[in-house]
Design a protein around this ligand. Structure first.
Ligand code: ATP
Ligand code: MG
Length: 341
């Protein structure tokens, strides 16, 4: 049985970018493949404090993350679908250490996200921030996951996981790990032409990020729907004066068209065709604001209906599964590197 796996960091409130790039993609794939694939949707809580957070809020944020998976439509009654916390499956940390010793400092240093994030958090560049792609490789390789639905910003980390897996398979002359599918195969599996990248509302050349301190740049899943609508209305556009999909010259307008298409489950080309030749950015913004407002009201009502106890019960079940599977893989690796017989 093949494994599809993804996780969304529980540091800050997830954004519409996360919803479109990760939640929605994963849930569509889960619905499509859960009959004959394992679907692991985990909460990477150990990744939560690679950059500074308010630790008193972390536990609640993790539980909320689980509710988000359920509210977004993950079928928790399907026996092939598993939700678990990384911190509650010790093999993740143990494998990460072993992988650390098979990852070159030079290759880890090439990760562009580390460079970007260390500029953002120049006062607190931790070893954890540098190391997190290797923990991410462990998250993936422990379960022999082949498909990892991710946003475009994560492909470089996926490539690192592929390199580590290939290196260790060669070194120990056995198929220790399933090598995850290439970027091209991942994108095809997600039924996309290329990786998704929802842009910041204030700086549309950049991606929308949940850790951004500029509230206006992002729509958080917990935003008051009216406030979210206002953020869309004040999104940065351009002076071209015509609605066109052109990520290079009109990234703001193209971002709004993308959000509209993704949130209404329509083909982007159809949405582009609807607006072709129109000149009122205000009309486009009103339409997208309405779509986002309705989505948030509906989504937040679903989240509120899930209790902490229900979320914790789902985790307990998922963690039993994850510990069983990951222990076996960890033992295979420990055997290969000579730690056990
Ligand atoms: P942070 O700023 O804390 O890194 P993030 O918004 O980048 O937050 P992650 O937790 O790093 O979120 O990523 C979770 C998932 O969401 C990943 O699969 C990532 O590729 C995807 N994702 C993040 N931002 C976007 C975006 N703007 N558009 C599409 N997908 C995104
Ligand atoms: Mg990120």
């Amino acid at each position: 049985m093949q494994t599809i796996l993804t996780g969304i960091r529980a540091n800050e409130e997830p954004t519409l970018g996360n919803f479109i790039g990760a939640y929605k993609t994963m849930i569509n794939l889960a619905n499509e493949h859960a009959a004959d694939s394992r679907v692991n949707m985990f909460v990477p809580d150990l990744h939560s404090f690679t950059t500074p957070i308010d630790h008193s809020k972390l536990y609640a944020q993790v539980i909320k993350g689980v509710k988000y998976y359920i509210a977004a439509g993950l079928d928790i009654n399907n026996p092939n679908i598993h939700i678990y916390r990384q911190s509650h499956v010790p093999a993740h940390s143990e494998l990460a250490w072993i992988l650390d010793c098979f990852t070159y400092f030079g290759e880890a240093s090439r990760m562009t996200q580390f460079k970007e994030k260390s500029e953002e958090h120049a006062d607190a560049i931790t070893v954890g921030l540098f190391n997190y792609p290797i923990l991410m490789a462990a998250d993936i390789l422990l379960y022999d996951a082949k498909y990892i639905p991710l946003g475009e910003d994560q492909f470089q980390h996926l490539e690192l996981a592929r390199d580590i897996a290939t290196r260790m398979n060669n070194k120990f002359d056995r198929e220790l790990f399933t090598v995850p599918a290439s970027e091209a195969e991942q994108v095809k599996f997600m039924h996309l032409e290329k990786g998704l990248r929802i842009r910041s509302l204030t700086e549309p050349t950049k991606k929308m990020s949940k850790s951004s301190t500029n509230e206006k740049s992002k729509i958080s899943l917990s935003d008051d729907p009216e406030v979210a609508a206002k953020k869309i209305m004040s999104a940065t556009t351009d002076n071209e004066g015509v609605i066109r999909f052109d990520m290079v010259n009109q990234p703001g307008v193209s971002n709004l068209l993308t959000i509209e298409a993704m949130m209404t489950d329509r083909d982007i080309q159809d949405v582009i065709a609807d607006w072709a030749g129109q000149t009122s950015y205000g009309d486009l913004k009103r339409k997208v604001a309405e779509t986002v407002k309705n989505f948030l009201s509906d989504f937040q009502a679903k989240v509120a209906a899930i209790s902490d106890e229900e979320a914790e019960a789902v985790l307990a079940k998922g963690e039993t599964y994850a510990n069983e599977v990951s222990k076996q893989k960890l033992a295979e690796v420990q055997r290969a590197v000579g730690l056990i017989r």
